[in-house]
Write a protein that binds this ligand. Structure first.
Ligand SMILES: [Zn+2]
Length: 493
């Protein structure tokens, strides 16, 4: 899909749903993803061959205009060449939708373009390598941009070209409602398999939003820090720069219950006859119980994800509406990974990391909608290890330390709250001058000097994110839908 123009009031967004396909649909998914891979690899080999040929010809001193003609790297060029070759290399091509091959070719065209721009220094960010062949282990995925792409009115099925009607594990109502109301238009649908073998569909959607009146003016604390925790009783802790704890969002009971159920289901599935015999290292026919169990696991996964998404949506909408500046960590508890040990702790930490990534994604577009500013602390910013009382650091803090006890000033404080305060102070350095700094009144802040407040490290440790890229003057004037970024979350509840 080429970059598209987005009109004022429209914004691009993605809605992802877990699928519950029949075995024959799974075969069709695999066949389509295989087709995408075949087209990608066939044309990558052709591009490489021509490049090598031209290089060899150059070494013989052949003039540039007499070299073997280069293969076009555009999607249209690659498609044309593929259509010439497909009868030979993939005589079964007719079994899949042409969109399958198109998604492989599109990925290749993008890869070649990124590599070429990166090599010429026209592309920001890290260096992009030459596209590689996709292997059987590459993630299976296929994208549909034309044909019948539909969310069914029963809220539990989607329809895709060639693949037909597919059941979903979760309700599609959030997207379906918008489509029925005429405030959403589907651009494309991508079906992909995750590392656990579950299939999902992600709809790229244009969503119409009325330009929001900033809801946060005078509504809440201007600057807050947000810590994403590992404990069930504190999924999110919100604090002000002056040290007050403003909010503490626990994980809902249904989420912890779903996670416990998931662990139990997976333990049971491990004892059943699966598709792979560990003893003889061969494939086998899985038992009916195992297949049934997998469906239960898929449903529970989808349920847990939906519950978590709802909680995070509610919390992030409130944050973006109520506060002008919101500071979050980039990576949770970086450098503390090895401190854990128990498997459950590892799982909790992984979930906290996933939750943090989700919160950042949601906040990045919601701050745009509501005209607030998101400040992302660099991963080197020691939000947990810095004392919010005196600003000194405790490098040996581990994940097990739920309470921060400072040996310098004697401050004893909840670990998550301490981190949230430090983040809030970092956020405070990104505030406009219109209302003053506002933090001088707190004893903690006045005692701290510059050290613990992050002010001295501002440019090195943060990234300010908003649509205009300038929080000083245009914070409230951002028009929704200026950017073409596709966020990967559902929409606000
Ligand atoms: Zn201290």
């Amino acid at each position: 899909m080429a970059r598209f123009e987005i009109l004022d009031g429209w914004t691009a967004q993605a809605y992802k749903f877990a699928l519950d396909p029949t075995p024959s649909q799974v075969r069709a998914f695999r066949s389509h993803a295989g087709g995408a891979r075949k087209a990608h690899n066939t044309m990558l080999a052709a591009v490489k061959a021509v490049m090598n040929q031209r290089q060899a010809e150059r070494t013989y001193g052949i003039a540039d205009d007499e070299l073997t003609p280069a293969l076009g790297w555009s999607l249209a060029g690659l498609r044309k060449q593929w259509n010439v070759r497909k009868h030979e290399v993939a005589p079964w091509w007719d079994e899949n939708s042409k969109e399958a091959y198109n998604s492989g070719l599109d990925a290749l065209a993008r890869g070649l373009d990124a590599w070429s721009k990166s090599r010429k220094g026209k592309r920001a960010g890290k260096t992009i390598g030459f596209p590689r062949f996709k292997t059987a282990k590459s993630r299976r995925s296929v994208r549909f941009t034309t044909g019948t792409i539909r969310v069914e009115t029963d809220r539990h099925h989607v329809t895709l070209p060639r693949l037909g009607r597919i059941k979903t594990f979760e309700s599609t109502r959030k997207l379906a409602r918008r489509i029925e109301a005429g405030t959403a238009r589907i651009l494309s649908a991508t079906v992909s398999e995750d590392s656990a073998g579950r299939w999902h569909v992600a709809f790229q959607v244009l969503v119409h939003r009325a330009v929001e009146v900033p809801g946060h003016i005078g509504a809440g604390e201007p600057v807050v820090g947000v810590d994403v925790g590992v404990k069930a009783d504190a999924l999110i802790v919100v604090a002000a720069p002056d040290g007050r704890e403003l909010d503490r969002v626990p994980a809902p009971k249904s989420l912890t219950a779903a996670q416990a159920r998931l662990r139990a289901l997976q333990r049971r599935a491990a004892r059943q006859r699966g598709p792979y015999d560990v003893a003889t290292e061969t494939k086998q026919k899985p038992s009916k119980r195992w297949i049934k169990q997998q469906r239960r696991i898929g449903r529970t996964h989808a349920h847990a994800a939906a519950v978590r998404r709802d909680v995070l949506h509610k919390a992030t909408t409130e944050l973006a509406q109520r506060h002008q500046v919101i500071a979050v960590e980039t990576l949770n508890a970086s450098g503390m990974r090895s401190a854990g040990g128990a498997r459950k702790k590892g799982l909790n930490l992984a979930l906290a990391d996933a939750a943090l990534a989700q919160i950042r994604r949601m906040l990045s577009y919601k701050t745009r909608w509501y005209g607030s500013v998101l400040v992302e602390a660099d991963r080197s910013f020691p939000s947990s290890k810095t004392c919010s009382g005196c600003g000194r650091r405790k490098p040996n803090l581990t994940l097990a330390d739920r309470t921060y006890v400072c040996e310098h000033c004697g401050l004893t404080i909840d670990r998550d709250r301490n981190a949230a305060i430090n983040l809030a102070r970092l956020g405070d350095t990104h505030r406009t001058g219109d209302t003053g700094t506002g933090t001088g009144s707190s004893p903690a802040a006045t005692d701290s000097g510059g050290d613990g407040r992050g002010a001295t490290q501002e440019s090195a440790t943060t990234r300010v994110v908003n649509a205009a890229g300038d929080e000083a003057s245009t914070r409230h004037d951002n028009i929704v839908g200026q950017t073409g970024t596709v966020s990967s979350e559902g929409e606000a509840a």
